[in-house]
Design a protein around this ligand. Structure first.
Ligand SMILES: Cc1cc2nc3c(=O)[nH]c(=O)nc-3n(C[C@H](O)[C@H](O)[C@H](O)COP(=O)(O)OP(=O)(O)OC[C@H]3O[C@@H](n4cnc5c(N)ncnc54)[C@H](O)[C@@H]3O)c2cc1C
Length: 385
C-alpha cells in the first residue's frame, strides 16, 4: 500500500509524526474516550503544537499557509493511524467552522477569534443543520433579528460536531424573515457561553469520542459585529465551505479504508485456519485484492482533485468531481470496513478493533457534509446532465 511517504518522499516526516502521535497519544486511551463521549481538551493544544491545527491558514492569523496536498496527506495519515472518525471530526471541527470567517469576516473579527483556535486554546464549530432538515439548507428556520447593536437568535440546530464545548459557533441564520429562500440567510459567530444557548449531548452509532450537540437558541444576543460578511450572503458562504469539507471527508474516508486494509492484512497473515494462514486461502486473498483495487482508485482520484484545488481549478467540473469523489471514497470505506470485519471473523465484531469502530462510522461519512443523493444531484447539475 502506498503511503504519503512513498508518493512524496518529502512527506516522510508526516508518516512518522502521525504514527507516533497515534501510538503514544491516542490509541492507548481511545476506548476510554469513546466511553466518555469526548477526548481531553489538551489534545487540541498538542495538535496545535505539532502545527496541525494551523495548516492552511494565513500567517497573519497564526496559521501556516500550505497546499491542499499537504493538508489532505495529514488527514489521510491521521485517519489511517488512529482509525477514529470521532477524533478527527472534533479535533478539526475548526476547519469547517472558521473558513467563512477567514474568507469573509473583518480583519478585527478574524484576529479576535482565529489565533486562539489555531493555538488549540479555543474550539470552533459550524452549525447549519436543523431538526427540520439538513439537506435543504436554503429553507433553514433559525432567525436572527437586529435589535440596536445586537442580533437576537431564536431556533434550533442539531447534530453539531464539537457542539457541546465549542467556544465559537459559526451559525447559519435567517436575518430576513421576508425572504424564505437562500437570499435571507446570513452567518453569525456565537460565543459558546452565550446566555440563552442550551446544548444537549446526542448519543450516536459511532464517532463516540466526538461531542455532538443539539443547540437551542432562546433570545440569544450577540454583538452585531459578529456578523460574518454581509447580511444575506450566508448561503453562498455555506456552499463554498462545503467543497473543502467534502474533499477532506474523501481524504478521511480513504485513510479509514486503508486502516481497515492494514488491520485485515495483519490479521490474515497471523491467523491460521485449516492448517494455513488466512491470507493463503484464495478467497480471503481476493477480498484483500478487492479492497486494494478500490483503495488505489480512490487514492489516485483524491490526489487528482487535490492537485486541481492547489492549481486553483475550482470550476463547475471540479465541484462535480468533489461530489462524486466523496461518494466514491465513502463507498470504498464502506466496502473495506465490511470486508475487514469479515476477515477478522468474530474478532471483527468485538469492541477494540479498528475495523469494528470504522464499520460503525461508515454511515455518517455517507450522510454528513451532504448525503450521497444530494452529492449526485449537485454533480448532475454541475455537469449539465
Ligand atoms: C455525527 C454527525 C455530525 C454532524 N456534524 C454537523 C456539523 O458539525 N454541522 C452541521 O451543520 N451539520 C452536521 N451534521 C449534519 C449533516 O450534515 C446532515 O445530517 C446531512 O446534511 C443530512 O441532513 P439530514 O440529517 O437533516 O437529512 P435530511 O435532509 O432529512 O435527509 C434524509 C435523507 O433523505 C435523503 N434525501 C434528502 N434529500 C433528498 C433528495 N433531494 N433526493 C433524494 N434523497 C434525498 C438522503 O438519503 C438523506 O440522508 C452532522 C451529522 C452527523 C450524523
Amino acid at each position: 500500500m502506498t503511503t504519503p511517504t512513498e508518493q512524496d518522499p518529502d512527506l516522510a516526516w508526516l508518516d512518522d509524526a502521525t504514527r507516533r502521535f497515534a501510538q503514544t497519544e491516542v490509541l492507548p486511551f481511545l476506548s476510554d474516550w469513546e466511553d466518555a463521549g469526548e477526548f481531553p481538551r489538551t489534545l487540541y493544544r498538542r495538535a496545535a503544537d505539532l502545527g496541525w491545527l494551523a495548516m492552511g491558514y494565513p500567517e497573519a492569523l497564526g496559521g501556516t499557509p500550505c497546499s491542499w496536498q499537504l493538508r489532505n496527506a495529514l488527514v489521510i495519515a491521521l485517519a489511517r493511524q488512529t482509525g477514529s472518525g470521532g477524533l478527527l471530526a472534533s479535533l478539526f471541527s475548526h476547519n469547517i467552522g472558521l473558513p467563512p470567517l477567514v474568507r469573509h469576516g473583518s480583519a478585527a473579527l478574524q484576529q479576535e477569534v482565529v489565533p486562539a483556535v489555531l493555538r488549540g486554546e479555543k474550539i470552533a464549530a459550524l452549525a447549519i443543520t436543523e431538526p427540520g432538515g439538513g439537506s435543504d439548507v436554503a429553507s433553514l428556520r433559525t432567525t436572527a433579528r437586529l435589535e440596536g447593536d445586537a442580533y437576537v437568535l431564536n431556533g434550533e440546530k442539531v447534530f453539531i460536531t464539537s457542539g457541546m464545548r465549542a467556544d465559537w459557533l459559526t451559525v447559519a441564520v435567517r436575518t430576513d424573515p421576508q425572504n424564505k429562500g437562500p437570499g435571507g440567510i446570513s452567518m453569525l459567530l456565537v460565543p459558546g457561553d452565550s446566555p440563552g444557548l442550551q446544548r444537549t449531548a446526542l448519543r450516536k452509532m459511532g464517532w463516540h469520542c466526538s461531542d455532538t450537540a443539539q443547540l437551542h437558541f432562546d433570545e440569544v444576543r450577540v454583538p452585531a459585529r459578529f456578523l460574518i460578511g454581509q447580511e444575506g450572503a450566508g448561503f453562498k458562504m455555506i456552499m463554498g465551505n462545503f467543497n473543502g469539507e467534502r474533499l477532506s471527508m474523501a481524504a478521511m474516508a480513504l485513510g479509514f479504508a486503508e486502516c481497515c486494509f492494514d488491520e485485515a492484512l495483519a490479521w490474515a497473515r497471523q491467523r491460521k485456519t485449516f492448517g494455513q494462514a488466512l491470507v493463503n486461502h484464495q478467497v480471503v486473498r481476493h477480498k484483500l485484492v478487492d479492497m486494494k483495487m478500490r483503495l488505489e482508485s480512490t487514492r489516485a482520484w483524491v490526489q487528482a482533485v487535490t492537485v486541481q484545488a492547489d492549481d486553483g481549478v475550482m470550476d463547475a467540473d471540479w465541484v462535480a468531481q468533489v461530489c462524486l469523489l466523496k461518494n466514491h471514497a465513502t463507498q470504498t470505506m464502506q466496502f473495506c470496513a465490511d470486508q475487514a470485519v469479515q476477515i477478522l471473523g468474530g474478532m471483527g465484531f468485538m469492541r477494540g478493533t479498528q475495523s469494528e469502530r470504522i464499520y460503525r462510522e461508515v454511515k455518517v461519512m455517507m450522510i454528513g457534509g451532504g448525503a450521497e443523493e444530494i452529492m449526485k444531484e449537485l454533480a448532475a447539475r454541475q455537469l449539465g446532465l
